[in-house]
Design a protein around this ligand. Structure first.
Ligand code: PGA
Length: 250
């Protein structure tokens, strides 16, 4: 049995006060559902320490990105090593906003994934197709190319969680139907099986992301290959986030 994992991706939102409030509420949720649902949050990096202070022992805390480089002249970046030294447990990588707004290539994502895994961080690796790619029947081709390109040969996959986030469903209020999501999740698990074997594929947790809210979470999370959610907008409201976590518990 895979433990579902629900992570709130706060993106570039929150104030210090709100970050502490949401972090504390998420920490309480993590404690309440401990052993049944893994709960995490990904605050802006400037609030990571603040959130850790109120998180309690069960909340997963994630950075939203990291550099592929170890150190040096990379203004604005933080390294995987810094994240690990700050005792932050994981990092979101390859988010569509990073890929499509900031031009992160698969090669860059792959280097970041390796850098993060080398530091023993958990990685939430995001993949997802754009609307025109879905409409052109290219959904799986795009996801497969992202998986092939974002994980370097020889990678030990145990630290990776995959998040399937159709780009057209992010922040738009449009959700993939549970059947559409399940189809892609099953294909991702098959890809994992081919590349990493049965045990790794059966253990892989695949989150769905894209306009997850209390009203649609239970149905999405009831699908056999949907093992959690990466939640943007709804994670900025403590009650909504709590309802989504409760839906993951089933
Ligand atoms: P959303 O964002 O829930 O606001 O659609 C999800 C994400 O981008 O991780």
């Amino acid at each position: 049995m895979r433990t579902p994992i629900v992570v709130g991706n706060w993106k570039m939102n929150t104030t210090p006060t709100l970050a502490s409030k949401l972090g504390k509420a998420a920490g309480e949720l993590a404690t309440k559902h401990s052993g049944r649902v893994d709960v995490g949050v990904a605050p802006p990096s400037i609030w990571l320490e603040r959130v850790q202070q109120v998180a309690g022992e069960h909340l997963g805390v994630f950075a939203q990105s990291c550099s592929e480089h170890e150190s040096g002249a990379h203004t604005g970046e933080i390294s995987a090593n810094m994240i690990a030294l700050a005792q932050v447990g994981g990092v979101i990588l390859g988010h569509s906003e990073r890929r499509h707004v900031y031009g992160e290539t698969n090669e860059a994502v792959a280097a970041k994934v390796s850098a993060a895994l080398d530091e023993e961080l958990s990685v939430i690796l995001c993949v997802g197709e754009k609307l025109e790619e879905r409409d052109a029947g290219q959904t799986w081709d795009v996801i497969e190319a992202q998986l092939d390109g974002s994980i370097e040969d020889g990678t030990e996959p145990d630290g990776i969680i995959v998040a399937y986030e159709p780009v057209w469903a992010i922040g738009t209020g449009r959700t993939a139907t549970s059947a559409q999501a399940q189809t892609v999740h099953a294909q991702i698990r098959d890809w994992w099986r081919t590349n990493f074997g049965d045990q790794a594929a059966d253990a892989l947790r695949i989150q769905y992301g894209g306009s997850v809210k209390p009203a649609n979470a239970a149905e999405l999370l009831s699908m056999p290959d949907i093992d959690g959610a990466l939640v943007g907008g709804a994670s900025l409201d403590a009650e909504s986030f709590a309802a989504i976590v409760a839906a993951a518990r089933g």
